[in-house]
Design a protein around this ligand. Structure first.
Ligand SMILES: [Zn+2]
Length: 199
């Protein structure tokens, strides 16, 4: 077997999503062959991102400092909130240039089978934001998957109960069903945003 430090590296890489045992070994050997500078740059990038990037106190997007760049941007309309599952979903929506509002990042989707209940997501924080006033529309842009749809309906019901004057919309169909927002091309996602419908 490999020396303990190599085993440790393979084990850590193998914990990354989509990386199986064989890929982990291949990456570990790539790192072993790399120069100390190259390998150090990778280690530094990981350390720096954990030290400097946190969560926005308003929308839970990634942020350097207490608030993300979108929440700090006065030109972004605070009356429209786009709700997404993960910070990675903000980027594709931004790329469509169809959306000038703010975001709310849930931190996942409801999945009782996997033990993800409403308390595990930032749903209470969203309801608080909406109840604080000044919000006209909430766009539920969770993924068009079973868990994403269940999450949208759960939040839709909660918003209708707690903030009946706020319009709740869902991205229009046309998004590939079962796929994640991350993988939608910007034209399709832009159309889905433009053609959103009341939920
Ligand atoms: Zn923010």
């Amino acid at each position: 077997m490999y020396a303990p430090p190599v085993q440790r590296l393979i084990a850590e890489l193998g914990r990354l999503p989509g990386i199986g045992q064989r890929s982990a070994q291949r990456l570990a050997f790539h790192i072993l062959r790399a120069s100390p500078e190259e390998a150090g740059a990778l280690a530094d990038a990981i350390r720096e991102v954990k030290e400097r990037v946190g969560t926005c106190e308003v929308c839970f997007n990634l942020a350097e400092g207490p608030r993300c760049r979108i929440c700090q941007d006065e030109r972004r309309d605070p009356a429209v909130i786009c709700v997404v599952e993960e910070p990675g979903d903000v980027i594709p929506v931004e790329r469509t240039h169809e959306f000038r509002g703010r975001y709310h990042v849930l931190g996942g989707a409801l999945s009782p089978i996997d033990g993800v209940d409403p308390e595990d997501l930032r749903i209470a924080e969203l309801l608080e934001r909406v109840q604080a006033g000044g919000v006209r529309e909430v766009i539920l842009a969770t993924n068009p998957t079973t868990t994403g749809e269940a999450t949208a309906h759960h939040i839709g019901d909660a918003l209708r109960a707690s903030a009946p004057d706020v319009v709740v919309t869902r991205l229009a169909s046309g998004l590939p069903v079962g796929a994640d927002l991350e993988y939608a091309d910007e034209v399709t996602l832009g159309r889905a945003m433009a053609g959103r419908r009341a939920l």
